[in-house]
Each structure stands twice: as C-alpha cells, then as structure tokens.
Ligand binder design. Structure first.
Ligand SMILES: NC(=O)C1=CN([C@@H]2O[C@H](COP(=O)(O)OP(=O)(O)OC[C@H]3O[C@@H](n4cnc5c(N)ncnc54)[C@H](O)[C@@H]3O)[C@@H](O)[C@H]2O)C=CC1
Ligand SMILES: O=C(O)[C@@H]1CCC=N1
Length: 268
C-alpha cells in the first residue's frame, strides 16, 4: 500500500484528506505530522487517520509527501524531517515558494506545486498544478489524482503562471465572500433581514456560476441577457462602469499576483 504523509494538518490538509478518503483511499494509507495536539486529535477523530506530533519513521515509507504548512513554516518543517526524507514525490501547496527553492530545501527534483482553494473543503475546489522537470509522468498523474479528489484541476506549463492562478482561484473565494458581504449589507440597507439578503446573494452566485459553467457563451453575453436597455441591471452596471470597478478589480488581482511573486523572492 502506498503511503501519503501530510506535513501540516490544517484547513487545506483537511480538505485534501477528506477528498482522498471520499475517493476510496484507505485511512490507513494516510498519515499526518502535526505539532498542534487539538488538531491531531480532531484529524484522528474525524478521519480515522494516524497523526504524529513530530517526524515519524512512516515518513521514510511515504511515496508521497504533501507539504501543507504556512509558507513561513515550510523551511523549518523540511529541516525537522530531513533525516527521514527518502526518495518520493513531493507535493507542495505553500503559496509563493518556487520549485527551485523547494529542490534546494528538499534535495529532490521530484516536485509538483499545487495552488488549491478553500471550496476544496466541500469537494468543489479548483487547483492549479505545476510539475518540475524532475517529476515523472506517474508523479504528475499522482499529483493530479490528489488535486481531483478536491474538485477540478488545471496544469500550467510555466511556474510563474501559478501566481496568476493564485490571483484568480487561490485567493478568489475571498473576492466572492467580499461581494457576498457587500450584497448582504446592501440588502439590509434596502429593508431585508441579513439572513434574507445573504440567502439571496449566495443562491445568486451559485446559480450564475452554474449557468456560466453550463453555457458555451461568454460572460459578456450572459450579462447582456440579464440587462434590459434602460432597466434595473443597466442602472447597476452603468454605475459600476462610472466607478471603474472592473479596472479597480483587475488592479486588486494584480496586487495578489505581485504578492505571490514577491513571496517567491522572499523565500528563495
Ligand atoms: N487557505 C487557503 O485558501 C489556501 C492556502 N494555501 C496554502 O496552504 C498552506 C496551508 O494553509 P492552511 O491549511 O490554510 O494553514 P493552517 O494554518 O490551517 O495549517 C497549517 C498547519 O501546519 C501546522 N504546522 C506548523 N508548523 C508545522 C511543522 N513544523 N510541521 C508540521 N506541521 C506544522 C500547524 O499547526 C497547522 O495546523 C499554506 O502554505 C498556504 O499558502 C494554498 C491555497 C489556498
Ligand atoms: O492568502 C494566501 O496567502 C493563501 C494563498 C491563496 C489563498 N490563501
């Protein structure tokens, strides 16, 4: 049985582990190294997997190591396991740490970097993947299987493109939640309860996303269908255009992309 060891058992590791179990991986094939006791207890309780406080001999038997700690903790985590590292595939989900840096820290070229997102927690994740040249076709397949246990996935051929993936889908759920906050607030100002406004807003995102996913038409056309000349939607989108919201939004996404690139330089 091939063993997968997660280093870090937080939010994203939970999402991946839940997905792997739903896709039929045996709980006995999954281990976690996680220093925080309450997190270990919860992982053991919720998933029936083994959770270790520190480097365990099982790390040497792993065919896949998933690095799921915060970027600033990653170097230390690798160092603490270095004496246990055997040849295996390394899958890192840490934002902004390049495979050049990882190859040095890990002393391995079998590396795939992934940028997942939090909808993975409900099996609706979107993950961008980049494989270092030293990763084999089988390594790529394994990384993709892990990503697809959380939802959809997409490969990029240049590592810098992962920064753009971060700006769209990695951080993207936060933009959607930001809009949900605004729609809830606006609804309240217009006389609805917060719950009513929120229910309307969430259902609207869900429905619009499903419509876009199901349609062969671009979003411009889908938007036109909602918009009667001189009508209500027109009033709203005209105001958005006057305020230059699209350009400002693109600037915000560029700030996200730039921060990912800056983190890559900081950690190199
Ligand atoms: N939250 C998000 O939306 C996304 C996060 N990421 C990346 O995923 C990674 C993990 O993020 P989260 O799960 O949100 O963080 P988290 O804080 O929920 O989980 C990290 C876990 O690592 C543990 N940890 C700390 N030091 C450790 C060590 N030396 N060895 C083993 N475990 C250690 C912590 O106790 C914690 O449980 C980050 O690198 C982040 O950049 C990537 C895509 C999306
Ligand atoms: O904010 C962050 O740095 C991480 C990476 C993508 C989503 N959350």
């Amino acid at each position: 049985m091939s063993i997968t060891v997660f280093v870090g058992g937080g939010n994203m590791a939970r999402a991946i582990i839940g997905g792997l179990l739903r896709h039929g991986r045996p709980a006995s094939s999954i281990h976690v190294v996680e220093p925080h006791e309450a997190t270990r207890v919860a992982l053991q309780h919720d998933f029936g997997i083994a959770a270790h406080a520190q480097a365990d001999a099982v790390v040497e038997q792993a065919s896949l190591l998933v690095w799921a700690v915060k970027p600033q903790m990653l170097h230390g985590a690798i160092e603490s396991l270095r004496h246990r590292l055997a040849p295996c595939l390394h899958l890192s989900i840490a934002a902004g740490i390049t495979t050049d840096t990882l190859a040095v820290w890990l002393g391995s070229e079998r590396i795939v970097r992934a940028m997942p997102n939090t909808p993975a927690l409900v099996g609706k994740g979107m993950t961008g993947l980049f494989a270092r040249a030293g990763a084999s076709a089988a390594d790529r397949d394994e990384a993709q299987a892990v990503a697809q246990a959380m939802g959809q996935s997409l490969w990029v051929e240049q590592e810098a493109q992962l920064d753009a993936v971060t700006a769209i889908s990695g951080s993207g759920p936060a933009y959607v939640f930001y809009f949900l906050e605004a729609m809830r607030e606006a609804g309240q100002q217009m006389g609805l309860s917060a719950d009513q406004a929120y229910q309307l807003a969430v259902a609207t995102f869900e429905g619009a996303a499903a419509l876009a996913a199901d349609s062969t038409e671009p979003p411009e056309v889908l938007r036109q269908r909602v918009t009667s000349k001189g009508g209500t939607t027109y009033a709203a989108t005209t105001r958005l255009d006057e305020l230059d919201v699209k350009a400002r939004f693109i600037e915000a996404m560029q700030a996200c992309r730039d921060r990912a690139a800056e983190m890559a330089r900081q950690f190199s």
